[in-house]
Design a protein around this ligand. Structure first.
Ligand SMILES: [Zn+2]
Length: 306
């Protein structure tokens, strides 16, 4: 069944993928590799290059790529998982496995905010974050690594709460602004506590989305100072261009473009990043599952759009 973790094969393996048309490296400075063949032995890549230079002897699996493109596994930097392969947002099963078919091998939770009856009290917020971290640490749906356990900050949280969660293994903050903290000063204080204990953070940039969320404008984004400016192109309603420019120029944090945001605002942000020679700040996500659905090929669509 799709929710079972893949079993490792018994005995040594040697996978050879040949006849690759285009090999992408994932490195912005050298995006295309001079290679048409990959060898992986016992699950680890041991050679990348031209077929004539590579030892293909003893292959246990030989794959002909038929001239297609091979890339490193794609990362979806903005998902909202809840429980394994099930999402209550669309009452759908198998959504993570579907994303794997769109090239995504790693996902980062921006908060398990679609949990039915999501607790808002502080003990409940912490418990749910630790539960989600544990559950997805124990399970890779279809082989996809899901970094989950991303609490949404609420009024009244203390430094001790962040220390406790970090000690328990929580590494991410969900979108600032989807809970009761929507003001810059409180967000800034809590984001700094999270950072102090090794947790990464993101923020809901733009107009409101799910019930309980609100407008987060450029002033709040810049003051909160999260590691990632979550969906700077809106989730789904984008800020005006002037505010997007203000954020891009006003900080050095990651600029996240999402599939479920505004496409024009995504292109505008990309243009600004290119003008500033800071394309390395741009990361991609889908913001799925969402009211607008589940998009298994969302990251590939973003790549082709941009
Ligand atoms: Zn959002």
């Amino acid at each position: 069944m799709s929710h079972d973790a893949p079993q490792a094969p018994a005995g040594p393996t040697k996978l050879v993928i040949r006849n690759i048309g285009l090999m992408l490296s994932g490195d912005m400075d050298k995006p295309i590799l001079d290679a048409d063949t990959i060898v992986a032995e016992n699950g680890k890549i041991t050679a990348i290059g031209r077929a004539k230079d590579i030892d293909m002897e003893g292959a246990t699996t030989l794959v002909d790529a038929n001239g297609t493109t091979v890339t490193p596994g794609l990362i979806d930097s903005h998902v909202h998982p809840v429980a394994g392969e099930w999402t209550p947002r669309q009452n759908q099963i198998g959504w993570i496995d579907s994303f794997l078919h769109g090239g995504v091998t790693t996902m980062i939770s921006a908060g398990e905010v679609h949990m039915p009856g999501r607790p808002k009290d502080i003990v409940g917020v912490k418990a749910m974050a630790i539960f989600a971290q544990r559950a997805f640490d124990n399970l890779r749906p279809g082989g996809v690594k899901v970094h989950a356990g991303a609490p949404v900050i609420e009024q009244g949280m203390t430094e001790e709460d962040f220390k406790e969660m970090a000690t328990a293994g929580v590494r991410w903050l969900g979108e600032v602004g989807l809970g009761s903290v929507k003001d810059g000063p409180t967000a800034r204080k809590m984001v700094a506590w999270a950072r102090k204990y090794g947790m990464n953070s993101t923020i809901h940039t733009g107009g409101p989305s799910i019930p309980g969320s609100g407008l987060i404008d450029a002033d709040v984004v810049l003051e909160a100072d999260t590691d990632i400016v979550g969906h700077i192109n809106g989730g789904h309603t984008a800020l005006p261009d002037g505010q997007i420019r203000c954020i891009c120029e006003g900080c050095k944090r990651g600029l996240e473009l999402v599939h479920n945001g505004n496409e024009r605002a995504a292109l505008y942000t990309l243009r600004l990043a290119r003008e500033m020679k800071e394309l390395n700040r741009v990361i991609l996500g889908t913001d799925a599952p969402a009211g607008s659905g589940v998009q298994p090929l969302g990251i590939l669509r973003m790549v082709s759009l941009l």
